[in-house]
Design a binder for this molecule. Structure first.
Ligand SMILES: Cc1ncc(COP(=O)(O)O)c(C=O)c1O
Length: 421
C-alpha cells in the first residue's frame, strides 16, 4: 500500500485540521471562537464606505475577501480550502452544486470546439453522456478508450486531431476495472491534453491524482465526503493553471453552492477517514464471503487480494471504500430482483458513500463502447469464471452496519432468490 503520510501529518489528522483558519471561526470581540466556521448565509456583503467597496472590488476574485454572495463566504471557502489541503499538489478547489456539475464545469473549462475528448470506457454514465451530448453540441469530438489497453490508448492519442482532454476514472464505478493512472496520464500529457480524473471512489484520502500525473481531480462530494446521504455537491481540485480556468468558467456560469450544504460537507469531511477505513474493512469481509458463494460468478473489487487491478490499487492508492459489485452466475434479472428485494438492511437506490448500505442492479453492457461486457475471453481482465451468461451484476455500497449482519442479510437474500418467485 502506498504511504499515507505527507510531510506534516497523517491523513486522519489532516482531515480534522484542514480548512480551519482561525479568522473564519473566531469572534474577536468575544475573545473566543468555535470549532466550525458558522453558516454565513449572504448574498449581500456590506462595506463600511465607498472606499472599502472600491478596495473590495479590486480584490474581488480572491477567496477570503468578501465581495458578493456568488463568490462565497467563509463557510464555502473553508470547505474549498480543506479539500485543497487534502489533495496533494492542488493549488485550489472549485465547488459545484453536484458531482455532475463538477464534471460539466471541468469539461467546459478545458475543452474548445474541434478538440477531441477521450473518455475512459468505464466512466460513470453521465460523464460519457455529457461528452456525447452537451460537449458534442459545442463542437467537441468525444471518443472512448479501453482503460486497460495502454498500447491502444497510445495509438489513439497518436491519431490526428488535437486532444483537449482525457477523462479517467479509477476504478470505474460500475465494473471496477483499475487502470494504470500514471501510465495513461503520461501518454495523454505527452499528447498535450489536460488530464482529469473522477476520483470519487477513493476520495482525497485514498488516492492523489495530481502526483500521479493528472491536472485535476473531480470528486462527487455527495458520496463519501457528505457521507450521510443528505446533500448534493461536487468539487474539482487542480493545479494552478487548471484552477484558474475552472474558476473563470464557474464564475461565468454563476456556479455557487449553499453555505448550509458546505457546512454539512465540512462536517462529513471530519469523519471521512474513519468512515472509509471501516467501510473498506467491512466491504473486504463481505467481498471475500461473496467470492465463495456458488451463486456468484465474479466479485468486482480491486481491493480483493488477487483480483484484477489489485496490484495497481496497492501500488498507487492509500485507501479504498465500501463500493464494489458482484456478478450473478447465470441468473436472470428476475432472480436478481428477488435477491435485492429480499434484503432488509440494504436500501435500493442511487448514489453511494453514505452511512447506510445500498444495493443496486447494474447492467454494465448498457454503457460500454469499446470494452465488451461481460469481458469473456479477455485474459487481461483476469476475471476467471465469467461466462457469456454471467451478465447481471449487483452493486453494493457498504455502510457502517456490522458486516456480520450485512452478510446474514445477503445470505437470506440468496435463499429468497433461489426459492423463486
Ligand atoms: C463516479 C461518480 N462520479 C460522479 C457522480 C455524480 O455525482 P452527483 O450525484 O453528486 O451528481 C457519481 C454519482 O453517482 C458517481 O458515481
Amino acid at each position: 500500500m502506498a504511504d499515507d503520510q505527507d510531510n506534516q501529518h497523517r491523513t486522519a489528522t489532516r482531515v480534522v485540521e484542514a480548512g480551519r483558519r482561525k479568522q473564519w471561526t473566531s469572534v474577536p470581540d468575544l475573545a473566543g471562537g468555535v470549532v466550525n466556521p458558522p453558516v454565513w448565509r449572504a448574498s449581500t456583503h456590506l462595506y463600511e464606505n465607498c472606499a472599502a467597496l472600491k478596495e473590495a472590488a479590486a480584490s474581488a476574485n480572491e477567496d477570503g475577501r468578501f465581495y458578493y454572495g456568488r463568490r462565497g463566504a467563509p463557510t464555502q471557502w473553508a470547505l474549498a480550502e480543506a479539500l485543497t489541503g487534502l489533495e496533494k499538489g492542488a493549488y485550489g478547489t472549485m465547488l459545484y452544486p453536484s458531482g455532475v456539475a463538477a464534471i460539466t464545469g471541468a469539461y467546459l473549462a478545458v475543452l474548445r470546439p474541434g478538440e477531441r475528448l477521450l473518455i475512459t470506457d468505464n466512466a460513470y454514465d453521465p460523464s460519457r453522456n455529457i461528452g456525447t451530448g452537451l460537449m458534442k453540441n459545442f463542437g467537441v469530438k468525444p471518443e472512448f478508450f479501453d482503460p486497460l489497453d495502454i498500447e491502444a490508448f497510445r495509438a489513439l492519442c497518436a491519431q490526428d486531431g488535437k486532444i483537449g482532454t482525457v477523462l479517467l476514472e479509477a476504478p470505474g464505478s460500475l465494473t471496477f476495472e483499475m487502470c494504470d493512472v500514471p501510465a495513461l496520464a503520461a501518454i495523454a500529457k505527452a499528447a498535450g491534453a489536460w488530464v482529469l480524473i473522477d476520483n470519487t471512489w477513493a476520495g482525497p484520502t485514498g488516492f492523489s491524482g495530481i502526483p500521479h500525473g493528472c491536472d485535476g481531480v473531480i470528486t462527487a462530494l455527495t458520496k463519501h465526503v457528505g457521507g450521510h446521504s443528505d446533500l448534493m455537491m461536487g468539487a474539482v481540485s487542480g493545479t494552478e493553471r487548471l484552477y484558474r480556468r475552472l474558476r473563470r468558467t464557474a464564475q461565468q456560469l454563476g456556479t455557487v453552492v449553499s453555505p448550509d450544504d458546505a457546512a454539512l460537507a465540512l462536517r462529513g469531511l471530519r469523519t471521512l477517514d474513519l468512515r472509509l477505513k471501516q467501510e473498506t474493512a467491512s466491504a473486504l469481509e463481505i467481498a471475500q464471503w461473496l467470492a465463495k458463494r456458488p451463486e456468484v460468478a465474479a466479485v468486482l473489487c480491486p481491493m480483493l487480494d488477487g483480483a484484477p487491478g489489485h496490484d495497481l490499487w496497492r501500488r498507487d492508492f492509500t485507501g479504498g471504500c465500501g463500493l464494489f459489485a458482484f456478478v450473478l452466475k447465470g441468473r436472470d434479472t428476475a432472480a436478481r430482483a428477488r435477491l435485492i428485494d429480499a434484503l432488509d438492511l440494504f436500501g435500493i437506490g442511487y448514489s453511494w458513500g453514505g452511512f447506510e448500505s445500498l444495493a443496486l442492479p447494474v447492467d454494465p453492457e448498457t454503457c460500454r463502447s469499446v470494452r465488451a461486457w461481460p469481458p469473456v475471453g479477455n485474459p487481461a481482465d483476469g476475471w476467471a469464471g465469467l461466462d457469456e451468461g454471467d451478465r447481471f451484476a449487483v452493486r453494493l455500497s457498504i455502510g457502517l452496519e456490522d458486516p456480520v449482519d450485512l452478510i446474514a442479510d445477503l445470505e437470506q437474500g440468496f435463499a429468497a432468490m433461489e426459492a423463486g418467485g
